[in-house]
Design a protein around this ligand. Sequence first.
Ligand code: ADP
Ligand code: MG
Length: 468
Amino acid sequence: MSAITTFEDFNLNRQLLNAVSDLGFQHPTEIQQKSIPIILGGQELIGIAQTGTGKTAAYLLPMLMKIKYAQGTEPRAIILAPTKELVIQLAEHARQLAKYTDLRIQAIYGGIGPKTQIENIQQGVDILIATPGRFTEIYLKGELPVKQIKILVLDEADRMMDMGFMPQLRKIFEVIPRKRQNLLFSATFPEKVERLSAEFLEFPVKVEVTPQATAARQVGQTLYHVPNLKTKINFIEYLLQDKETFNRVMIFTRTKENADNVFKFIERRNLGPVRVIHSNKGQNSRINAVNEFKEGSIRVLVSTDVTARGIDVIKVSHVINFDVPLLYEDYVHRIGRTGRAFQDGKAITFVNKAEEYHIEKIEALIREKIPVMPIPEAVTIEKTPFEEKQAMNKAIDDQKRKDDPTFKGAFHEKKESKKKVEKKTVKKKEYNKADAKRNAFNSKNKASADKRSGRKGTDEKKYKGKNR
Ligand code: ADP
Ligand code: MG
């Protein structure tokens, strides 16, 4: 095969080439160069490349080429993605690329009633883009014809195959035709997930532009050791005062409470315009927030990890990790919201003492050390309140105990009555809940790693990935 350097080198039709040129794409990215011919050739594929490198078009273009023109009423290709925001964005991207064809592209997702979506399906669909939840719901109503599906894409494939989605996915696989072409794409793809994918893939080709979990090259990363919540807030205020440099900023937090608190603070201090997104926010407010942020009418978007994946906003100047993510892979996805499509971006991470443990794990995952910078002098360092300090010490003890089960711990829980703990340390509870979830997920990974090395895995707790 001769080297592919332009879109004209693929066997794509004129309609698609014109749409690509309208989008201003000059050269295919590496993942596009490598994946498009393989998909056109009919093979199954696992595509791994950093965030922001055009994975969507890497599967959409050959898919559109194969589905070609409107036919019958039933969908012939389906794309599954983890969030409604991403489903909507994928549908937009697909419509842009299909604009010179008569292909019918429909998005189905939760948060609003299914009625309109069902009517849309009845009018005829060629390509369906769905969250697994809404797919299942409409299918069970008998309103989703699935027998013509010949191509299946899992976008953010590792997320789609974690404990939150896999049971649902298995049911979907049972009802769609077995003979189909499966395509999996993500920037992170742990080995454990790859083994799981062997369940339904047939001789897939693995296209790995960089090893999985490689942080986007164009993103400059910095880490600051920030002692506590209040200092983190002061730091945010300090950074956001520079409106020119910090012109489009995403702030990620691991809990909804922190997201709300950071949001309120920014609003009160007039550092916005700002919006907040998490799983408790209504459908419209989530989608509007993403749209306004994309258009540039809001400067700061505060979010939990619900938007860490897939969302494509050009010219995000900075990603700020107010705290470290629940799942280590999400670090790669969070910082990947900046530095997209050949642009530069910066990622800043705040780490308190209890989070240092997780940062080490993240650095191991991405195979690089994040440069540490001192906190600027203008940021007021607050004293850590007693309860926050206790919660952190407790978390550190738990981490030590995890690595060494005989470790007794410096923090003595016994001294506190149960009631007191419940009443006084809400923050600590949040922390532990988050830790428990993450541990359950990571120990899943560990369990299978143990299995591989012949040891016995433990802990089979369920990780509910959707509740963020
Ligand atoms: P990924 O899924 O790999 O994170 P996306 O598919 O969301 O990335 O693409 C990131 C951005 O790059 C999008 O804005 C997309 O329009 C743009 N893009 C995709 N392919 C190209 C290309 N060949 N040239 C220029 N920009 C591209
Ligand atoms: Mg993507």
